[in-house]
Design a protein around this ligand. Structure first.
Ligand SMILES: Nc1ncnc2c1ncn2[C@@H]1O[C@H](COP(=O)(O)OP(=O)(O)OP(=O)(O)O)[C@@H](O)[C@H]1O
Ligand SMILES: [Mg+2]
Length: 139
């Protein structure tokens, strides 16, 4: 459910020194409902890579497949962490997932979502980590 602390917990993990040093490349994007897949992929590129003016112009002309490919090629060589915060729909995950190669090298993609079906769709092998409420004392 909303406001239960998914983003807060993920931020704590993301900023943890051990987590930071475990990964070579880390990126966090917030999946606002207003952004389309193309904008999200461009954001991901901007998070991971420092591009020259010339490369930026090339990226602006790329379509979704080309953007996915560019990210995938970049990440293939690295142990990377990608956080997709507040993703709502299966379609959005399906459209983004090809950007994230699985080289079996300890890389991780972390999703936060209110939609359990999406969590299970994205990874049918593992149970999503569900947050409960704080009790009265903790609150
Ligand atoms: N363990 C906690 N103790 C105290 N405050 C908390 C805790 N976890 C979250 N909060 C606070 O609760 C509010 C909502 O947290 P957060 O934004 O992480 O929720 P969320 O599950 O990501 O919500 P949404 O589904 O809307 O994205 C924030 O103001 C945050 O600081
Ligand atoms: Mg959140």
């Amino acid at each position: 459910m909303g406001g239960v602390g998914k983003t807060t917990l993920t931020k704590k993990l993301y900023n943890d020194t051990h987590v930071k040093t475990h990964f070579e490349s880390c990126a966090w994007i917030s999946i606002s409902q207003e952004y389309g897949v193309r904008d999200l992929l461009q954001n991901i590129i901007n998070c991971y890579m420092v591009l020259s003016e010339e490369d930026l112009k090339k990226v602006e002309k790329m379509d979704v497949i080309q953007l996915q490919h560019k990210i995938s090629v970049y990440l293939r060589e690295k142990r990377y962490l990608m956080v997709l915060d507040d993703i709502w729909t299966n379609q959005k995950w399906d459209a983004l997932q090809d950007a994230f190669p699985d080289m079996n090298n300890g890389s991780r993609v972390v999703l936060t979502t209110r939609n359990k079906d999406l969590a299970l769709h994205a990874d049918a092998q593992s149970q999503p980590h569900e947050l409960g409420f704080l009790n009265e004392e903790e609150s």
